[in-house]
Design a protein around this ligand. Structure first.
Ligand SMILES: [Zn+2]
Length: 150
């Protein structure tokens, strides 16, 4: 179902990868499972995030895996996102090649790691929304404008 959904959006998105990256999973327990808020937090964690996944990360709540309903819910998110988190389970990444799908997931995982290394500490600096916008515009990526607070 996810393959069908992605191919209808981009005929080159032949690879769908699923895994359980440690820090992404850890972040699921301490961050709201809201795709706008979660994407925004990830974007703030590393400069490259806005460029690598400007379209954001879709998020599903915890659901029973292996069922038709989680498959349908995932496919629905895949129409909008190349990355989909299964709450407290794992993540999906898609792409033209294995490298692209893996790279997407790895970028989220690194941002989640930075988040987990800093979430318990006072935040002194951040990448501001006007800077995220500047990044997206400079690199010419089509980003989720509704995910920024501008
Ligand atoms: Zn799994």
């Amino acid at each position: 179902m996810s393959h069908m959904a992605r191919l209808s959006v981009d005929p080159e998105n032949r690879v769908v990868m699923h895994c359980h990256p440690t820090n992404t999973l850890a972040m699921n327990y301490v961050h709201e499972l809201d795709e706008r808020k979660l994407t925004h937090t990830l974007w703030e964690m590393c400069t490259e995030c806005m460029i690598v996944f400007p379209d954001g990360v879709g998020v599903l709540p915890w659901m029973l895996c292996g069922t038709n309903s989680i498959g349908e819910a995932t496919a629905e998110k895949m129409r909008e996102f190349r990355l989909v988190i299964w709450g407290m389970h794992g993540i999906y990444g898609v792409g033209k090649t294995m490298d692209e799908a893996f790279g997407l997931i790895e970028t989220v995982e690194k941002a989640a790691q930075v988040y987990m290394l800093t979430a318990h500490l006072p935040r002194i600096n951040t990448i501001r929304d006007d800077q995220l916008k500047e990044l997206a515009e400079y690199f010419g990526v089509n980003y989720r404008k509704d995910f920024l607070n501008l």
